[in-house]
Design a protein around this ligand. Structure first.
Ligand code: FES
Ligand code: FES
Length: 156
């Protein structure tokens, strides 16, 4: 198999890169583009640590070959803040202690931004359901759920 050129927009910037078509988007982002905020947990679509948005949809980047991401618009954790201003979701995770080791945090934050686009004021069930693809081994989840509720308040 030969390397090919791919074009995509990442965090608002048009990018071109050469890769094997089956290379995982996760690896292309981390190793090819230096966007190491997106984490690898399981590598099997189970933990959500690698969550990014593709064309506004939440996906596990460990399951996406770069060939499928060609021509798409991608948002990673590096694209969530507005310059030096934290996104309300980031601020809420900080304030509420929603991160401990930090391994799940970029994926949780990306998943939360997606959740809050779907529901401006999610119920507890919607928060739990919206984050059920993102695993955390440290926090016991309560502070994460509190952070989501806080983000709703901050976003107003
Ligand atoms: S690393 Fe992608 S879902 Fe776990
Ligand atoms: S903060 Fe450690 S896995 Fe969530």
């Amino acid at each position: 198999m030969k390397r090919q050129w791919f074009s995509l927009v990442v965090n608002g910037e048009p990018r071109k890169l050469e890769a094997y078509p089956i290379e995982r988007l996760l690896d292309v982002l981390r190793d090819g583009m230096g966007l190491a905020g997106t984490k690898e947990g399981c590598g099997e679509g189970e933990c959500g640590a690698c969550s990014v948005l593709i064309n506004g949809e939440l996906v596990n980047s460990c399951l996406v070959p770069i060939v499928q991401a060609n021509g798409t618009d991608i948002v990673t954790i590096e694209g969530v803040a507005d310059g030096n201003h934290l996104h309300p979701v980031q601020q809420a995770f900080l304030t509420c202690g929603g991160a401990q080791c930090g391994m799940c945090t970029p994926g949780m934050i990306v998943a939360t931004t997606y959740l809050l686009k779907k529901y401006s004021k999610p119920t507890s069930e919607q928060i739990r359901e919206g984050l059920n693809g993102n695993l955390c081994r440290c926090t016991g989840y309560m502070r994460i759920f509190q952070a989501v509720e806080r983000a709703v308040e901050l976003g107003k």
